[in-house]
Design a binder for this molecule. Sequence first.
Ligand SMILES: Cc1cc2nc3c(=O)[nH]c(=O)nc-3n(C[C@H](O)[C@H](O)[C@H](O)COP(=O)(O)O)c2cc1C
Length: 188
Amino acid sequence: MVRDFVDRALEPEVIERILVSALRAPSAGFSQGSSFLVLTEQADRARFWPFVPTRVENSPAIQLAPLVVVPFANKSVYLERYAEPDKGWQDRAEARWPAPYWFIDTGMAALLILLSAVDEGLDACFFGIMPEHLEPFGREFAIPAELTAIGGIAVGYRSPDLPAQSETLAQRRKGITQVMHRGQWGRQ
Ligand SMILES: Cc1cc2nc3c(=O)[nH]c(=O)nc-3n(C[C@H](O)[C@H](O)[C@H](O)COP(=O)(O)O)c2cc1C
């Protein structure tokens, strides 16, 4: 994650390639319930940043990113899709879901945007939008009530004087034996 950008525009074709990558995210039952608010105009991005004040306070240069994408999950699309005959969950009961696939799918689409940005030689950051800001953010951008923003993504050119990832962060990164269990839990 890179949180400090320079004021440098992105080619429209680059933006389109990054956005199109999100359409290839896997989705449960091919529900395709994710949707996205795309902010490329300076005036629109300026309307967005007040809703993530802590992020902006900690790294003001995140506001220079020329592309901001807000991915949304839509639970109702999944409940409807899985009520269809081939799935058969006509009671639309949420207890049936082993995990909230509407959030999982939108997270996968968000990761595709992050990885596509890196493929384009760019950097990006995924950041949270805190609960108290979601409602006013939704009002500002006319977001339909059934959509839930899972966070925001800033994409652009990293600041050249940005220091390398901090040593403590690198030390904290878990090793493969801490997270992978081979054949039996607890076995490496
Ligand atoms: C669901 C989620 C929420 C995150 N929220 C924030 C955030 O609000 N602000 C931020 O600066 N980074 C946020 N991050 C980025 C993480 O802090 C970052 O991925 C982690 O520290 C590892 O660093 P790296 O991705 O650069 O390796 C978030 C990442 C995820 C997946």
